[in-house]
Ligand binder design. Sequence first.
Ligand code: G6Q
Length: 545
Amino acid sequence: MASNRKSLLNTMMKHRKRLDDQPMRLLFALDPNRFRRFSVSAGDLLLDYSKNRIDEKAMDALFALARAADFEGRRKAMWAGKHINSTEDRAVMHMALRYQGDKPVKIDGRDVMPDVREVLAHMKLFTSQVRDGTIRGTTGEKFTDIVNIGIGGSDLGPVMATLALAPYTRPDLRSHYVSNVDGAQLHDTLQRLDPKRTMFIVASKTFTTDETMTNAASARAWVATALGDKAVSDHFAAVSTNLKACDAFGIREDRIFGFWDWVGGRYSVWSAIGLPVALAVGFDNFSAFLAGAYEMDQHFLKTRLEKNLPVIMGLLGVWYRNAWGFATHAVLPYDQRLSRFPAYLQQQDMESNGKQVNLEGKPLDYDSGPVIWGEPGTNGQHAFYQLIHQGTSVVPADFLIAANPHEDMAPHHEKLVANVLAQSEALMLGKTREEVVAELTAQGLDKASIKALTPHKMFPGNRPSNTLIYPKLTPAMLGSLVALYEHKVFVQGTIWNVNSYDQWGVELGKQLAKAILPKVQGTAANTGNDASTKGLLAHYHKLRG
Ligand code: G6Q
């Protein structure tokens, strides 16, 4: 943080100290309007952030911090196509992929919208032809199974969105995702499939990623063995910026879908990387997903900071990370179909803001991105919520809930809603000594038992959470939710002054794996590594006989 930001950080600490003595239950008791004052909407999406350790003064200090970090200038620079991904010298323009307006969107002086629309039109045609059976397998059978082969940004977004939009999929066109280089995943997927009715999408921005290329080569061999080498071009499509490599793999020109270096992998679900989603839910639903994200973009770009959802969520994250020292943040969707949303956000957030140097390459002297984790409620309640309620670490949490389910199965949804409301209330209120004693007394326990049990049954409370509530998990709402979190990451990256759009931290392991592979394969001597790696290699070879 620049020095003025540093001093604002110190100001934040003063607010924290003041709020240390003001439990949320007291703040709620003193202010009947707290919900109204600390909730905001973007379209149909409501964020209730009243159950946070804040008051108006603290929020004002946070908005001042954003302004001191020139958040508005950086947001403008991103949308103007400036190369804000400085270490890779690239623009960060995923918002162009879902832009619904009619103005030019320029990067380096060139309007990118004609290219974006051309790829979308290509996706639309391909999607409708696969779904209506115009495009068929080499033996003339309709495709019933689509296997996306990709990893990281070329996998997590499409998997998450396909699961989230299950009510919009067709039972006769199933989606599968293979990402891991562990052959178990491809093996177990292929075992259930008929090559004659299976289409593969090789999704790789670079078309060089080892895991993806290894899986793609094995899938190609599976098709060629069953149907002959010529069938490959009928059973494969590709999504990539590396058109030459797709061609060399044997993919027909009209089945190659391009995108651009200004789309980061973890921000690429809106590009042709979303092709498996469009195939699964149909192009109209995919378009609605883009339109929902566009709505959030407009909110993010045009709404003043004090009413801006991504800004508020981003600032609360900074507040807890830097003024309170909370190291993790849970995302808890009370929406089974968002089961992969936390995993998706792990990449989006942790790859973006898990950084140790600032934009100038200087070491940070404050904490950056937290650990993001989570699982759908109510399952988590029967697993890790114990720690969230009574553990020694405080875990700020986001709860997500739809008002309307897709299925008519009373009383399931009412119970789900009651649980999500109960959890955020319990975290905020806690349970005092007096309350526990009164409860145990009413149960008829003797004095000694009450004394022994009371500390175990007390809840500290005062544990922060946000609640996001929306009418229904539609494609448009999913688009808005994903874009909301993308912009939240941007807000935090701006305040922490890091490059949220590179990911050099994934490189070292890749380099070492390349060097170790011949030693695993036994074509190179087991020398040169540290003693642990050497010992493990030796033991591995012993186990392999
Ligand atoms: C995301 C990262 C990373 C990337 C994968 C796959 O932002 O860049 O997760 O998406 O490494 O890369 P390819 O799409 O090039 O195979």
